[in-house]
Design a protein around this ligand. Structure first.
Ligand SMILES: [Zn+2]
Length: 425
């Protein structure tokens, strides 16, 4: 066990709590009391006079990225996105995943949700939870994909089938794969209801799974307490996911018009993954001509549809799809600023997308049923009893989105520990 002294409180610093500014507060935290998980929660948040020591500084909750892929070469390789996992053993992949996670941490991100996890991410998540390594909290969804579906197409054709991720065809196989993921330690399930952009050889327009298979996956996941995140680019894919009762939409690139009303009525959050689709469409990352053409077609009408959907009230949350190759870990504040531009949001709505709303989207918000579970402090908020996941910054990003920049980070606190920078005390 780690024996940490509780840091001195930040006495008289400006706090934004995940919804609104609180003014100057005394901000202190303490171990949450469970020996099994070295965690810490905010223990004092009383109003106090502002301190001249914290002039120009503020504190916001640690950011939450609801959609990442930790496993890929963290060593800056310019090629080999598809082949690196095939020639790198899982033992080594874990270390690259940890390197990515730590890059995110330095960028103010204290929670990550990996959306195509296997034993590598499940192992890393357990090590983080036990306090063995300093990294963001890690939630990990296992993928259930049909053969030839989005999740099956990251391994080039011709590769030995034994090196592929498991797939599921037919209702019984879909239920069995959900159960296998739950058994291995998944905290959720990922499905695809359209094809993808980076998956090699399929098209966004391809149907993934039958309605009966998707219904079975969602039913089995919910029966086992697992949230279902649905990758969907097309309007058809979004409709299929909504009808099935999924818990979040990933990409939703063709969301707009009437469909926005359905998304709002369903109360489903949406991770728009703007930067990665921009980068693929612009060709500023290594992509094939087919990938670039598909992304261009999707992105051409995306921003107008997204702006209308945002104005209508769609619950967009931070989700970058960062994989260290097409979007780097640590670019989360860049993604949030881009969301603000495309959606025409206030700086405060931008911040909510990366904190309180992102927490609710992953079942860790103030009113989430999961919040009271094991190791389950409320995330994305600064409140007494909520997780001590904090970012101390220069400026007030709830007034000026330009201040939401990693260059302005003074310190990052995760689970009560200073993990980047230094507290101004
Ligand atoms: Zn993804």
């Amino acid at each position: 066990m780690h024996h940490r002294s509780t840091p001195s409180p930040l006495d008289g610093i400006d706090v934004w709590d995940g919804h609104e500014p609180l003014g100057a507060r005394r901000l202190a935290w303490a171990p949450s009391g469970t020996d099994a998980s070295p965690d810490a929660v905010v223990s004092d948040l009383r109003p106090v006079p502002p301190s001249p020591r914290y002039e120009g500084l503020s504190v916001i909750p640690g950011l939450i990225d609801t959609h990442v892929h930790l496993i890929g070469n963290a060593g800056g390789a310019a090629s080999g996105f598809l082949t690196w996992p095939l020639v790198t053993p899982p033992t080594e992949q874990v270390l690259h995943g940890l390197a990515h996670a730590r890059q995110a941490l330095a960028g103010g991100v204290t929670t990550l949700r990996d959306l195509s996890a296997d034993e590598v991410q499940f192992s890393l998540a357990r090590a983080v939870e036990a306090g063995l390594v300093e990294a963001p909290r890690l939630l990990a969804h296992g993928m259930v994909s049909m053969t030839g579906g989005h999740g099956d197409m990251f391994v080039p054709p011709g590769v030995d089938p034994r090196l592929r991720k498991p797939t599921a065809d037919g209702v019984d196989a879909c239920r069995a794969l959900v159960r296998a993921h739950a058994r291995a330690g998944a905290t959720g399930i990922k499905i695809a209801t359209s094809g993808g952009l980076l998956s090699d050889g399929d098209k966004p327009s391809w149907r993934n799974h039958t309605v009966a298979e998707i219904d079975a996956i969602v039913d089995e996941s919910h029966a086992l307490g697992l949230l279902v995140a649905a990758h969907a680019h097309t309007t058809e894919g979004i409709r299929i996911a909504l009808r099935a009762g999924v818990d979040s939409l990933e990409h939703a690139t063709q969301l707009g018009g009437e469909l926005a009303a359905d998304v709002i009525a369903a109360g489903v959050p949406v991770a728009p993954t703007l930067l990665i689709n921009d980068a693929i469409a612009d060709g500023t990352v290594a992509v094939t001509p087919d990938q670039q053409a598909a992304a261009r077609e999707l992105v051409a009408t995306r921003d107008a549809g997204f702006a209308a959907a945002a104005a209508a009230g769609v619950d967009f949350v931070l989700g970058t799809d960062a994989n260290g190759f097409h979007v780097r870990f640590g670019a989360q504040m860049d993604e949030l600023r881009r969301m603000g531009e495309v959606f025409g949001w206030s700086p405060e709505r931008v911040l909510e997308a990366g904190t309180s709303r992102a927490a609710a989207a992953i079942g860790r918000g103030a009113s989430s049923a999961v919040g009271a579970g094991s190791g389950g402090a409320v995330l994305g908020r600064i409140a007494v009893g909520a997780a001590a996941d904090l970012v101390v910054m220069h400026g007030r990003p709830w007034r000026d989105s330009g201040a939401l920049d990693t260059a302005n980070i003074v310190a990052v606190v995760a689970r009560g520990r200073v993990v980047a920078g230094a507290l101004p005390i």
